[in-house]
Each structure stands twice: as C-alpha cells, then as structure tokens.
Design a protein around this ligand. Structure first.
Ligand code: PLP
Length: 445
C-alpha cells in the first residue's frame, strides 16, 4: 500500500534460523543480558517469557491446504491469532479473511486487502459495525436470526447475506451451536423474511465447532447446507456460496483427527451435493496458527512438596495437589513460570487445550526435545499471578528443575496471545519471528 509511511511499513526483524536455534539464542541473549534480538533492548526484565513464530509453518500449512482441499478457498479466522506478521503473510499468499468485528476488518483493510476478500462472519453484529462494513464495501456477512436481517436492511441493504445454520458440534472441543446457527426448522422462515425485505441472499455457512474431532461432522453439515440451498431455490433465490466454517485440525499424523482425514470426507461431500459453479470457502483459524507458535517460559520459583508435608499449608480447593502429589514415595515440585492462565495459557480455560511442557534449558545446558536420562519427578506448573486457578499443568513429570531453567511449549498459536490479559500486572509475552523458507522472506520484504 503506497499510502503507508516508512514508519508504518517497518517490520520487526525476521530471523532465518530453525525455531530451536532462535529459542536458544534468545535465552542465551537474555541470560547474558545483551538482548540482541529483542526490540526491548533496554528492558531489564531479562527473563520474560517469549514466543517464537515460525512464519514458514504458515506457508507450509497454506501449501498443504491448497494441495489437499483445492476446491475450498481459505478465509483465515483473524480472531484465532491476529498477529500482524501472520496476517501480512496470509494477505500476500492470497487468502481471504473471516473478521468478527470492526477492528478486525480495519486491520485487514489496512494491509491493502480488497474488501471482497473479507467475510464479516459474526451473526450478531453491532449496528455501527454494519455501517462501517457498508462504508468500506465489505459486503459478505453472516446472519442467523430475523432481527439481524432487519438491522442489515436498515444499515446495509446491499449486503451479500450468508445464512449460518446449526451443525452437529457434539464432536468438538468448543461447541459454538449454543450461541449461533439457525436450526433447519427455522431456515425457510428466515429465507422468506430475507425475500420480503428484498435482501441479497448469496449463500449458507456452518461451523462444526472449534477443535472438531470427527470428520463426519463436516459431511453431515454439508448435507444440511444442501437442504437449505434447496429451500432457497424453491423461493427463487440462486445461492452461489457455501462456507464450511472452521474447526480444521492441524495435525498431520496419528490416530486422532488430521486435516487429511477431514479433507477426505469433506471434499467428496462438497462435490456430491454442490456443482462446480458453487464457490466454496472455509474459515480456518487453528489450522494455520496453532503449529506456528512456540512459547518459552522461565521458571521463576519452585516449591518442593515433601511426601509427608503438612496438608493444611496448601489451599487446595480443587483437589489438584492431592491428585498430583499423593501417591509417590518421592517428593514432587511446584514450578512457577512467567506466563500463565491469565496470559497466553488462557487457551487451557477457554479453548480446552492440554499443553505439554518440555525442557528447554536446565542448569545452563540446552535440551530441545531430548528426553533427559535422569530421574523424573511429578510436578505441577503454575502461572505467575496470585490466583490458584492459574495452573498450567496439574500432573506433569519432568526432570528436577530449578529457578532460572526454561521450559517450552509447542503448538501455542491458536487462541493464546489474542485472549491474554495483563492481570496482576504481568505483560503479554513478545513474539520473535523466524522462517527457514526463503520465499516467506521475499514475500514479506
Ligand atoms: N469461524 C467462526 C465464525 C468462528 O467462530 C471460529 C472460531 O471460533 C472460526 C471460524 C475458527 O475456527 P477454528 O480455529 O476452529 O478453525
């Protein structure tokens, strides 16, 4: 965008090393208090937790999507992780964007993305945000109730409407159907209302729920969407867009759900029910963002829990400590780290994630993904705030660690930084960028 000033164009540095090396260099730099790769080089808080974002992983996920689900155009769900470099890269790669609010729309338009590459995919919108969308010519938007149709009629009658229907989200970690989605017995009425108001219906969307672990949920939802397309054509609408929402796993291997398993069911279902002239889009968030971010945290304190400890010294409202520390003969540890449930690890609470701590540095020596050949101890890992809900791992097993050692957690890109608070005065963890893909560097520079 030629209107941007030099200042606005300035990008944070992007390293060209594997994630492991960036983690190492940063910890070494922090330990030496030299901070060569942090923007905050005058910051005395040298042991702050930090993220490493592997932008190459975003590119690899995009290539994988194109190869595996070629008919479906990804519209990245900005809410999942609105990191400016991730958005910039995806914009350059040509994805569309699913925005939920005015400021998300604004951040995408500021990248120079054409408004036709945005879907305002929030079925219940603030009136002034609809006016903003109208002003910026962001036409595609979802709805799932009659009141919203009247609102859209008033503020943006030319909008291109996508009816969000209810999908079976019982096989998903985060069920969205409680809040959004028109049931199939209400869709005909909604289509009639849209017709009476003279609105421009263009398609149908659904969301099987975030963290979906049954690929058949997608096929079932596609069939439901086809039924609504039929209802619409009986009323004289000629719908052109199917939006298959989010919920895509990023996993590649294993017995659990993988992206390939979903594609193997979803792709054929789309082809069975929708002729090639129907445009198909999706709103993946987690798929792109989760695998690209790793967080490193510093152990700021440790409490040793003796086997014969005095039970009464702990306030253990949830029975957490008993669960962790009771059965073994050996003592166990409570480790306190400098990001937690009120920060990036809010995903444990809001997104039902289970996080896996690994040792990054112990006693000044790096261990990246290496299973240390030394005694392991039961442990719990706690965030830095004064609240006892701030527990990251209740029952871990790790080698004996000490304050000053570092842990890292992989796959921390989805629904983490974006919902982090600064509760108790702890600030959000910074992001350091890297890529080993030369084309990412060329794209972003
Ligand atoms: N689209 C909508 C409307 C959503 O609400 C969400 C997540 O809540 C997404 C897309 C992204 O879902 P996921 O990150 O599971 O792909």
């Amino acid at each position: 965008n030629s209107n941007l000033t030099r200042q606005e164009k300035a990008l944070p540095p992007i390293h060209t090393l594997p994630v492991e090396d960036v983690l190492k260099n940063q910890v070494l730099a922090l330990n030496n208090n030299s901070l060569p790769i942090s923007e905050n080089s005058n910051d005395a808080e040298v042991e702050n937790a930090f993220f490493v974002a592997d932008l190459g992983e975003i590119l690899r996920q995009h290539i994988r999507w194109k190869a595996t689900l070629p008919r479906v155009e990804p519209f990245y769900a900005v809410k999942c992780n609105p990191d400016p470099m991730v958005l910039r890269l995806l914009a350059a790669l040509g994805t569309g964007f699913d925005c939920a609010s005015k400021s998300e729309i604004q951040s995408i338009l500021d990248l120079g993305v054409d408004p036709s590459r945005i879907i305002y995919a929030n079925p219940c919108k603030q009136a002034s945000f609809i006016r903003y969308a109208a002003d910026k010519n962001v036409k595609m938007m979802t709805f799932d109730n009659a009141e919203e149709l009247h609102k859209i009629k008033r503020y943006f009658p030319q909008a291109q409407l996508v009816l969000r229907i209810l999908a079976d989200d019982s096989k998903s970690l985060c069920q969205l159907g409680l809040k959004f989605g028109a049931s199939l017995d209400s869709t005909a009425g909604l289509l009639r209302t849209a017709q009476e108001l003279g609105l421009n219906m263009i398609g149908v969307s659904f969301h099987v729920g975030s963290g979906c672990f049954d690929e058949n949920a997608f096929a079932d939802a596609v069939y439901r969407a086809k039924c609504v397309f039929d209802q619409a054509s009986e009323l004289g609408f000629n719908l052109q867009l199917l939006d298959v929402g989010g919920g895509f796993s990023h996993e590649r291997f294993g017995d659990g759900i993988t992206f390939e398993k979903i594609a193997a069911v979803l792709g054929p279902a789309i082809d069975k029910y929708f002729p090639p002239n129907i445009r198909v889009i999706a709103e993946p968030g987690r798929y792109y963002a989760a695998p690209a971010f790793t967080i490193a945290t510093h152990i700021i304190a440790r409490r040793t829990v003796q086997r014969d400890r005095d039970e009464t010294q702990f306030v253990d409202m949830e029975g957490v400590l008993d669960q962790i520390h009771s059965e073994e003969d050996q003592h166990s540890y409570m480790y306190y780290i400098n990001d937690g449930m009120y920060g990036a690890f809010n995903c444990i609470l809001f997104d039902h994630q289970i996080v896996h701590p690994k040792v990054l540095m112990k006693g000044g020596v790096f261990h990246f993904g290496i299973d240390l050949d030394e005694p392991k101890y039961k442990c719990s890992i706690w965030g830095p705030t004064c609240d006892s809900i701030d527990c990251v791992t209740k029952n871990g097993t790790l080698p004996e660690l000490s304050p000053g050692d570092w842990l890292y957690f992989q796959e921390m890109g989805a629904y983490t930084i974006c919902a982090a608070s600064q509760f108790n005065g702890f600030r959000k963890s910074n992001v350091i960028y890297t890529t080993t893909e030369p084309s990412v560097l060329r794209t972003l520079q």
